[in-house]
Every structure is written in structure tokens, then in C-alpha cells.
Design a protein around this ligand. Sequence first.
Ligand code: ADP
Ligand code: MG
Length: 244
Amino acid sequence: MALIELEQLRKTYHMGEESVHALDGVSLEIPERQFVAILGPSGSGKSTLMHMLGFMDTPTGGRMVFDGKDVTHINVTQRAWYRCNRIGFVFQAFNLLPRLSVLDNVLLPVVYSRELENKKHARERALEALERVGLTPRAKHLPSQLSGGERQRVAIARALINHPRLILADEPTGNLDSKNVDRILSLFGQLKEEGQTIIMVTHDLHVSSYAQRVISMRDGQVEKDFLQTPRLSGADAVAAGGRL
Ligand code: ADP
Ligand code: MG
């Protein structure tokens, strides 16, 4: 069973007399354990699709199934539950709180969660998430004491803490230099190998080359959808005897 099924999903915005079809009949199936890049030019509907997948907005037509449940018409409270318990978000601007330590930033989704289950062993889970992104030694630092790449790794640890079924990343490397781009995208590749499903939005062909599947969008529709061999990280390419 696919983790996500979209059938002819639509989102139309009405601006006075005019209608904008931000999503114009998108049909997709995304299985678990896939690292997917959504690629497309500005205005093609990438962010709108992310908002639907992240339960931040509702479609105006079509159907969306998440983990076997029809979630097309669920209410505000149910959407909040999915956001909190099933989705981990990673943004271009990291969105860390500057006065909180790295560890406390990772703990934020726990603080905001109403689920008792999420409060259990929170500190251990935060430390485990930091371990997965290789930042255990930085737990007590403030965000200002970290590089951009490290800050984004903190944001990824924060996205992982509630063990989400899906990580959604909107232009996650947009603020990083090329070495850190490689590190962050390789980290996504590694998380995928560990069983995590990741959907990443980008307008950059290089960034999408790290994913295993590319869905390209144009004018609110899927233009192409294909599997590829993902690019190796710089370090892995050297280990494999290849050139950088
Ligand atoms: P992308 O992320 O690929 O740049 P978007 O999903 O942000 O594209 O936008 C797709 C289209 O929908 C664009 O034409 C945009 O102007 C329009 N759009 C997005 N959000 C809104 C909104 N809240 N109200 C009206 N039009 C919108
Ligand atoms: Mg966008």
C-alpha cells in the first residue's frame, strides 16, 4: 500500500473574477521509504502541493489518501493531529529559536504536542535524533554557534523527533553553500536507507539529482515522473573511487 495516494487533486484560488488552478488534477502514488524530489519552475504548484501533503491546507477537488485513510475532507483538529504526529517539516530558513539550545530546539515539537505519548522519553528521543544527524557534541550549543549546514541538521533532527511517517522539505538547501548542500542531501539519502520517506521541493536540477525519484511539475500538473540512480555524496564518491 502506498503511503500517499492523490487522485486528480485540485486547488483553485479565486482572485476576483479570475481563477488560478494552482493544482490542476495531480494524480500520484508515493510508497514508503522513497526519497522524492518535486522539481519545477516558480509558480508551477510545488508549494501548494506541499501544503496539501503537510495538512496545512485543503484541496478544492479530487482525493487524498494518507496511510490508507481518506483524508480529503478531515477537519481542522484532525489536520493538526496529522501535522504534529505524522509529518516532519524542514524549511529553507531553518526556523530555529535563537535563545534555545540545540537540544531544546529539537524538543519543540514535543512541547507543542498534546499527545501524552509524545512526551515520553522526550529527552532520549531528542538525543537519538541528534545522533542520527551527527550533532551529539553540539547539543548544548546555541544556533548562533553553528554553521548553516549544522543548523539545517538541527532542523532535520527536530523534524525526526516524533518519528514522522513523512518528512516534507521545502527548498531545504536554498541557504547553504555547495559543501553543505552535499551533506544535507546525503543525510536525506541516508535517512531514506534507514526507512524514512522524504518529499523535497526544489527548483534546482542539481538538488533533485540526489533523490531516487523526480516528479516535475508545470502549470499545476505533473509533467514527468521517473526513477533515477541518486547522486553519491562527495565522500561516498571518493570512497567508490569516482571523481568529485
Ligand atoms: P511554486 O511553489 O511552484 O512556486 P505555488 O504553489 O506557490 O508555486 O503557486 C502556484 C500558483 O498558484 C501560482 O500561480 C501562484 O501565484 C498561485 N497561488 C499560490 N498561492 C496562492 C494564494 N494563496 N492565492 C492566490 N494564488 C495563489
Ligand atoms: Mg514555492
